[in-house]
Design a protein around this ligand. Structure first.
Ligand code: MTE
Ligand code: MO
Length: 197
């Protein structure tokens, strides 16, 4: 297990307030998933035009890392410190890389949720496909069996119950992006709303 350098723990980003209790927040119901049936599909503009399907065993065969980071919701609540465990998104992307110029990614979850992110953000060393929080497997309401975590972005960019990653040549519109939230969503720049540019 590799410990990655911690995110900015304790330092509260601009405009955020800490919450005592880590209450799950999401749209819709918590899906009932079977770990043995769970798959992550990587497709769209892959470099070889193919589709890669990963199961839990494939995830477990990749290097496991841990990272402590805050989780910042765009509604201004922050969970100050979560010890995430999982695999680096960059290791997953290396298994099925995008073709040159496909710099946009749509992340889609079970039950319809999705988010639009830049490939650049997924490739950050702290961006994880998390399977654990604080040393325990994720609970169903927090995204079990796996969720995407990008500490530099607001929480809405990281789908819980992740199912699909697709590469695109043009910017995508996910669930909250379609409701006026920011296309990039960087926490340090307070990129909350699309109309900020
Ligand atoms: N599938 C799915 N993932 C999601 C959401 C959602 O509604 N559905 N909400 C996002 C938002 S807005 C936030 S702030 C975080 C909240 O994660 P938590 O419930 O573990 O605190 O999950 C993100 N991932
Ligand atoms: Mo959120």
């Amino acid at each position: 297990m590799t410990a990655l350098p911690d995110g900015p723990v304790g330092a509260l980003p601009p405009g955020q307030r800490p919450t005592e209790v880590w209450r799950a927040s999401h749209y819709g119901k918590v899906p009932h998933l079977d770990a043995h049936q769970w798959r992550l599909t990587i497709g769209g503009c892959t470099s070889d035009g193919g589709l890669l399907v990963l199961d839990q065993g494939a995830l477990e065969s990749l290097p496991q890392v841990e990272l402590v980071a805050g989780m910042h919701c765009v509604d201004r609540h922050t969970v100050p410190s979560v010890r995430w465990g999982g695999v680096r998104m960059s290791d997953i992307i290396a298994l099925a890389p995008p073709e040159p110029g496909a710099d946009h990614v749509l992340l889609a979850a079970h039950r319809g949720y999705s988010s639009a992110v830049l490939l650049e953000d997924l490739l950050q060393p702290g961006s994880l496909l998390a399977t654990h929080a604080d040393g325990e497997p994720l609970t169903p309401e927090h995204g079990w069996p796996a969720r995407v975590v990008m500490p530099q972005l607001y929480g809405f960019k990281g789908p819980k119950w992740i199912a699909e990653l697709t590469y695109h040549r043009v910017a995508q519109v996910g669930y909250w992006e379609g409701h006026g939230y920011h296309p990039r969503g960087r926490v340090d720049l307070e990129e909350r709303w699309a109309h900020q540019g």
